[in-house]
Each structure stands twice: as C-alpha cells, then as structure tokens.
Write a protein of this length. Structure first.
Length: 496
C-alpha cells in the first residue's frame, strides 16, 4: 500500500474531516485505513483532533486509552498478516524458479503455452499449435506458421509496419483477435523463447500510472539481461542465428527511419507537442514529396494497419508546418501578453497540491510509544522468570519497530514538504520567466526574427499542445497551454 501522503482518497477524507463535513468514519475493517500500524495510529490521532469517531462494522473506538490499545492490537495483526503474505509470495516465486524450474509470469506468449509438470502447475513451455487462420487455398495456419512467416519477412529486411500491413491484409488475427500493431510484433520477436530459450525474471513492475479515469494500472519493463534467470530449453520456432538477424534488422530499420526524419526546419512543436485528433498519436515532421505541388514541410500522422481497418487504424492526416507554427507563435504571444492568464494557470497548478499529514499527530504517536516503552522498562525491573523477561523483550521490540516506522514517516513528510517547496519555487520561476520574456515574445516584429531555440524554449516551458483534426472538421486544429514540466512535478508529488 502507498504511503498515506500519496493516497489521494485518504487525503481527501482527512481534508473533509478537517472541514467538519462528517462526524463518524465507518470502515469495514482496520486494514481499510492502512496496513501499517503506525499509520493507523497517526490517522486515528488526526481523526480525534478533528472530533471524528472511528468505527468498524463490529466495534467502535472512543477517546479512552483502552480503545487506542485495542486499535493498536488490530493494526498489529493487519501488519503481520500483510508481511507474512508478502513473504510467502516472494518465497513461492523464488522456489518456483529455482526448485521447479518454472516461470512465474502469467503473460501469454504467442508461440508457446504452459503445461503442467510433475513439479509445478504450468511449469513448462511447449509449442502452441492452435489454428488461427485458413487461407483461400484451404491451408490451415497455426500460430507457429504465422510466427515463422513474419520472422522470414523481418529477417529479409522487412519492417515491423510491413509485417502488420501484410498480416492485416491477409486477414490473420492477432492473439487478441484484433489488428496487428508494430509493438505487438516487436514484443513477440524480442523474446528469446523463439529460439527455444525461455527466461524468468525478464520483466519488472514500474510505478503505478494514474489514468484519466482515476484508476490505477500496472506497467512492466524489461530488466537488464544479466538479471534474467534461464529456464530449461523448449522447442524452438526459429534458429538463434535467425533471431539475432531479426534484432539487427529492426535496429537498422529504426536508425534509417530516424535519419530520414532529420529536417533543416524541424518545426516548433515536433517531438511530443502536436497530436492527431483521430487516434491521439504523435504527429511527426515530414518533407514534401518530389511530386507534391507544395514546397513546405508538414506534420503528419499516418496509420495503415490494413485495407479493411476502421478509420482510427487506417488514416492519414497532415497539415502545413508553416500554418501550425504561425498559430503557435500567436498563442505564445497571447499567453504572455495577458498576465491574468499566467496567474490563472499558476493558481490552477497550486490548487492541485494536496494537504500533508499533520506532523503533530506523528509526534504525538511517537510520544505515546515512548511512554509505553518507559512503562515496559519499569515492568522489566519486576520480572521474576525468564518467560516473563522474554515476553517483555518481544513487546519492547515491537514498540521499537513502531517508533522507527513513525520516524520514517516523519522523514517522508519532510521530503514531501521539500518537494512542495521546490514546486512553489518552480511556480515562482515560471512567473518570473513569463515576465522577463513578455516584452520580447509579445512583439510581432521580434517574433518574426526570434531564433528557433528561443521559440522552442517557450513551447517547452508553456507546454504548448496542438491537436490536429481531419479536413472538414469544425476546428482544423487547436493550440493550448499546459505547462507540462510543472504538471509532471505535481503529478509525481501526488503519487501518480
């Protein structure tokens, strides 16, 4: 569970309690508040300070010492249960790899499937011979046939995009029954299991990312090769030499594509500031073709995944670079010439900052733990048996662990406050930057002679975002100000 400073709904609940919007907090069980004992006690102390009573479906917790003691015991059981579950899961994964020689991932593999062994359930990879396509001649294509078919295209220098177009035009579905995408093919051909060598521990979880709907999703990325754990070999689809050739061809195609996109006039909003209004993907600068009647560069989004694909997967949208860049200059001048607009944007960013946990409540919890430790030291003087001494020592260790966790929480709060101070400093610097460049970048004559670096800096700091729509739309394109660097800092600070 995330620290309490990064739990958005918990912070919103505490903020509502501070404003006296409710009198009683009812939860299903103590674990719903937190799975760390110290955090439960800190939150309880904050609620008491706000005059809010804490209840579960089975019991109530008042302000007396007995209620706090019972709450502390409930929180201890929750924390111990979480630690034991985490330890069992970690040990089980490790034993599955080292003892059972079996993978721990549940990510489906296109060319292989897992079958049970004597040692483990789903403990070994075998070829997946599922039939996924039947061509006009009546030939049945298995997943292995499809994989070998597109591996042959790639090994001969074909691109990932060419593979997708070919498969989609033939009507061969992907593993999920959808259209093939370059990243899907890349994920298949990058896996060494193609030449018969499966690995465990290839992927690692990365930080949760908050989606637009407020829910959380988990993302994975490939670990360094030296961290992979080899598993027993399985039946290959292609040879290792062919697999290595495919990796080489993909990297070469990527390098060639990058060189082809180097333009003398790269555009003000290239590389992440201009997006397609149909699919939401980034648009990229391109030079005019030799047969075109236009001489200027343009931004383009081109998606072609098959002749029969829907418009969102099969479209081509482009727009003149000069038209967009001229509108971007006007938007920069407009944003900087209106101090109230900058002030409104700064106020909006400040409003996204969330309250910090009350430091006094943490100190109060630490003081209470210290008082309990003193009481146990006093009791230890009268211990007459080794069993009593051992019992007191165990409880003392538990209190000391609570104290250390509470002190760690204080450090986390201090770090949080330091981040808040840095963000405030960033906001102040942003306002100062806007004031310093206002006399220049709001002058039409200066804008015409401003250097590319000056304008590009303005695009980055203001976070210009251009969205381009198809011809015939009510708005051909829009230009907005988002201030992305500050937004990133705020999102990071909010645990997103």
């Amino acid at each position: 569970m995330s620290p309490i400073m990064e739990r958005e709904r918990l912070q919103a609940m505490l903020d509502a309690g501070k404003r006296k919007l409710f009198d009683v907090l009812i939860v299903s069980e103590i674990r719903a508040i937190s799975r760390r004992q110290v955090e439960v006690l800190v939150i309880y102390d904050i609620l008491q300070k706000y005059g809010i009573r804490l209840e579960t479906v089975k019991e109530k917790f008042g302000e007396d010492a007995m209620s706090k003691a019972i709450l502390s015991h409930r929180a201890v059981f929750v924390e111990v249960e979480v630690e034991q579950a985490r330890m069992r899961m970690a040990r089980g994964k490790k034993d599955r790899i080292l003892i059972g020689q079996a993978p721990v991932t549940v990510t489906p593999c296109y060319t292989h499937k897992l079958v049970d062994t004597k040692e483990e359930i789903k403990g070994q990879f075998v070829l997946n011979t599922e039939v996924v396509y039947k061509d006009a001649k009546g030939k049945k294509w298995t997943r292995i046939d499809v994989a070998r078919f597109f591996c042959d295209i790639l090994a001969k220098g074909g691109s990932l995009r060419k593979v997708c177009l070919t498969l989609n035009d033939m009507g061969i579905p992907s593993a999920k029954g959808k259209l093939w995408q370059p990243q899907t093919v890349r994920g298949i051909v990058n896996n060494p299991i193609l030449y018969g060598q499966p690995y465990a521990n290839r992927y690692m979880p990365v930080k949760k990312k908050t989606l637009e709907n407020g829910k959380y999703s988990h993302h994975e990325k490939i670990r360094p090769v030296e961290e992979w754990i080899p598993l027993p070999p399985c039946e290959p689809v292609i040879t290792k030499e062919t697999w290595e050739l495919i990796q080489f061809q993909i990297e070469r195609n990527k390098a060639e594509s990058m060189r082809n996109n180097e333009l003398e006039e790269p555009g003000l909003v290239r590389a992440g500031y201009i997006f397609c209004g149909v699919c939401g993907g980034r648009m990229w600068p391109h030079p005019p073709s030799p047969s075109s009647r236009y001489s200027g560069n343009f931004y383009e989004c081109r998606k072609r995944t098959g002749n029969d694909a829907e418009f969102i997967n099969n479209h081509r949208i482009n727009i003149s670079m000069r038209t967009v860049d001229a509108a971007v200059k006007e938007r920069i001048a407009e944003a900087l010439s209106d101090p109230s607009l900058i002030r409104a944007k700064v106020d909006e960013l400040r409003s996204k900052r969330k309250p910090i946990v009350d430091v006094e409540s943490v100190h109060a919890t630490i003081a209470d733990i210290n008082h309990q430790i003193e009481n146990f030291l006093e009791l230890a003087r009268y211990a007459t048996t080794s069993g009593m001494v051992a019992s007191l020592a165990q409880q003392m260790n538990g209190l000391e662990n609570q104290k250390r966790n509470a002190e760690k929480l204080l450090f986390a709060i201090e770090d949080h406050e330091a981040e808040e101070a840095e963000i405030e400093a960033e906001l102040v610097r942003f306002e100062k930057w806007a004031a310093s460049v206002r006399p220049f970048l709001t002058d039409p004559a200066y804008l015409e002679t401003a250097t590319y670096d000056e304008l590009r800096l303005a695009v980055r700091i203001l976070g210009v975002k251009v969205i381009v729509y198809p011809m015939g739309s009510e708005d051909r394109f829009t230009v907005d100000i988002t201030v992305p660097e500050l937004m990133k800092r705020l999102d990071s600070n909010n645990g997103k």
